[in-house]
Design a protein around this ligand. Sequence first.
Ligand code: ZN
Ligand code: ZN
Length: 642
Amino acid sequence: MVAQPIIVSLPDGTRIQVPAGSSAGEALAQAGQSLRAGVFAAKVNGVPADLSHVLREDASVEPLTFVSAEGRDVYRHSSTHIMAQAVQEVFPTAQMTIGPALEESFYYDFAFDRPFTPEDLERIEARAKDIIKRDLTIKRTEMSKKEAIEFFEARGEHYKVEIIKGFDDSAPISLYSQGDFIDLCRGPHVAATGQIGAFKLLSTGGAYWRGDERNPMLQRIYGTSFPTQAELDAHLAKLEEIKRRDHRKLGRELDLITIQDEIGPGLVLWHPKGALVRLLIENFWREQHIQEGYELVYSPHIARLDLWKTSGHVEFYRDNMFASMDVEGSEYQLKPMNCPFHIMIYKSHLRSYRDLPIRYGELGTVYRYERTGVLHGLLRVRGFTQDDAHLFCRPDQIESEVSRVLDFTFFILRTFGFTEFEVYLSTRPQKSVGSDANWSIATEALEAALKSRGVAYLVDPGEGVFYGPKIDIKIKDILGRSWQCSTIQIDFNNPERFHLTYTGEDGKFHQPIMIHRALMGSIERFIGILIEHFAGAFPLWLSPVQAVVLTITDKQQEFASGVVTTLKRHGFRAERDFRNEKIGFKIREAEKAKVPYMLVVGDKEVQSGTVSVRGRSGANLGSMPIAGLLDIMRREISHPTR
Ligand SMILES: [Zn+2]
Ligand SMILES: [Zn+2]
């Protein structure tokens, strides 16, 4: 039988003819796409596939490299197989479970009778590098479900058997092998182990089988891989930097916050310096909101459960709420959201179209049930304070209100030093409430607001909230990591559920639109991000201690006290370090505490009435009169204006 030719179209638009039954790799080679140029897999009709994938009919074929997220996924997934092979060569009794690729790394969980030690990791890594050097061809085979169960049972891979038992009876099961090693896998994979460049194991940990604490504990190994050693080195340097900036570590070292088990996981204690940073942020937030036309309110931390029945939270959000409590025979609830309270304030008066928009803002502390396993420092907690606001407006005001909120959001975020943003517009999800007309009014208003502000955005189709479309804004930190902070959500549902009204120009009752918005998201999380973004060295206006005055000997105490007093009188947070310690030691301590300005006072300074100024990064700013320093600090502290 002669193979019929088929047409393969390539990303640059060219179309070539190859015999049916050619592999994706052969088609790419024929098209002149060298396999040595970092091409290790393909995309066939948009789906990642092995280079050995057989083409039986016309198809589009794209080379897959490390440049794309899909390519990296194939690369890292292949790396985890190499790690598993290395583990089994070194420790033949280790059973395999699962081994996925993550965004910048990969892991594999093994059933093994003890945790892996650092020495084990060295042996495994050396063996993995050897497997890469062997350049074993990676082959895909298929078996029936029954064959696959027998195959893995014979090899003592009981977890693989359990996984296969959960599969569909009829579909064939694919396996990937390299040398003597074989693993259950959907694929795709690189063509040979030699295609993996730089390979590194990172850490170990424990994980329960299927994430369930009633199951046996497995031994997890994390690793990563890159095409070149230079890329791996750059990545490892970034990991070190992330560790150095970890807000949990810095939070302790700078005495900002603690989370203690005696108090409960996910519940934050703000120590004086952390509380001061928070207070400064809150003060700034409140001032700016009042200027922007918001009215600030307070609401209680518990309320009748009925309130959240009306709002729909009991129905849609119960899993994230703490259990209710009985108070004199009625059910009360620790608040998971602030919205119903602001709604009830709106409802406490008759409202006219002339009163709108009404903007209620609150630094509202809420409590949400999160599983212990997902809690993470300040970034994921059980009690946190939203910088929340609810805007009540007429339909014709949505666009202008959203535009204002956008300007306000970018202003606030820029004040904290963030300059790069990713903006998403999320549209109507499958499960939603409200009329088509309302959804299109709201979505168009959000789009018009984004366009009027010249904001570049991506549409996230179907990712809106069940009650309305929303805009989400992510900030990029200094390490290039994205953090979701701000959200602006249109809501038709709550005004209906709570029967909100205003009297229109026509004298009839109308329903207002509600906009939920948070700019920083949660104060806890935002401060966690700030600590990491600044590596604990807050800008001057947010530094809990802005200057510390250091004496060289006791003789300068009187003059130095005067300097502290002057700074304080001018509104700066100044501390003294008059201890009988070496000046070098005192400077190092102040640097470690990330104090922006260190003012050294010796005999020379007393005589000339100056201070010798050092920055926390070690910069020597020289001697200057205190008035000169005050000028520098004042200039540094002034907020950007809108
Ligand atoms: Zn695999
Ligand atoms: Zn809300």
